[in-house]
Design a protein around this ligand. Structure first.
Ligand SMILES: [Zn+2]
Length: 298
């Protein structure tokens, strides 16, 4: 190789090295930019997450402030005798209360399950700052559906939540539903809008959190306790005790904690998602409570 050629080759090698160096510096700069951007985005995310956590903590500690929740554990081991008016002032009479259903696999009575859930739910809600009352503390006394509603009315409750489990002749039927009055309820139509909203939010959160299938919000004016309530009211049918799997699931203490947390979330969200709109009040009068529904008994 001549000297000239050697020089050219050397220059070419140097040029290639230089190009490589420039390229890698550029790549490095790009990488640096990307990293910086990533860091910036990450710190924004971290800040947003921290903010959210702070808000959640505040909500957990304060959402219940000043609010009264009355829980009605469905049924009792003692059935009250006689009948009661379907609603305030009503001449239509209904059985004061009914037996409820029982676990096809576990043999557990519905009232045992509903009392257990309500007692656990009271603890969770009280920790969030709610004032909580149960319509009855033990299952060895009789309580008509009118008496149950009167506990909520006397307490001037913000919501009246009635906890039940469902039963069906068909063992394959599964899922949860909520039950509220219709818009044309003859006793307390002014409670319809908020009762419907409570029913929807509770059913949504309960089924999302537990994985139990969502049936629907059943609107009916045949539930005595709902007709007597002077505040937003719903019945939660948590699942079917006549389905062996759902029965076992609801009897499992671990799963009950999930159910309780799910119901509490629904209650929190009902209040959190409240619109400033006014809710009317005043209840017409008519009577009765304690009717039997196709697939659910209050
Ligand atoms: Zn029931």
């Amino acid at each position: 190789m001549s000297r000239k050629m050697t020089r050219i080759v050397a220059i070419l090698i140097l040029a290639a090295m230089l190009a490589g160096a420039i390229f890698s510096v550029r790549a490095g700069a790009e990488e640096y930019d990307e990293t910086a951007q990533l860091l910036e985005e990450t710190s924004e995310e971290v800040i947003a997450a921290a903010k959210l956590a702070k808000e959640e903590a505040w909500k957990a500690a304060h959402i219940g402030d000043g609010r009264t929740v009355v829980l009605d554990p469905g049924h009792s081991s003692v059935i009250p005798s006689g009948s009661v008016p379907l609603g305030p002032g009503s001449g239509q009479m209904k059985a004061a209360d009914t037996h409820g259903t029982s676990g096809v696999a576990t043999g557990m009575a519905e009232y045992t399950l509903t009392m257990s859930i309500c007692q656990q739910l009271r603890d969770v809600l009280e920790a969030e700052g709610y004032k909580v009352l149960l319509t009855h503390e033990t299952n060895d006394t009789a309580h008509s559906c009118v008496d149950r509603a009167k506990v909520a009315n006397d307490a001037d409750a913000d919501i009246f939540l009635r906890i039940h489990a469902n039963g069906s002749d068909d063992r394959y039927v599964t899922g949860a539903m909520t039950i509220c009055i219709t818009p044309s309820n003859p006793f307390c139509p002014e409670q319809y809008a908020e009762s419907r909203r409570l029913s929807e939010i509770l059913l949504r959160d309960y089924t999302e959190e537990t994985g139990i299938e969502e049936e629907y919000v059943w609107e009916t004016d045949s539930m005595t306790g709902n007709n007597w309530a002077q505040m937003p009211c719903t019945i939660l049918e948590m699942g079917y005790m006549t389905n062996p799997e759902e029965d076992r699931l609801m009897a499992d203490p671990e799963f009950q904690r999930v159910m309780v947390a799910a119901i509490a979330k629904g209650i929190d969200n009902y209040f959190a998602e409240a619109e400033p709109a006014a809710e009317p009040e005043a209840a017409a009068e008519s009577e009765t409570d304690a009717e039997e529904e196709p697939s659910a008994q209050e």
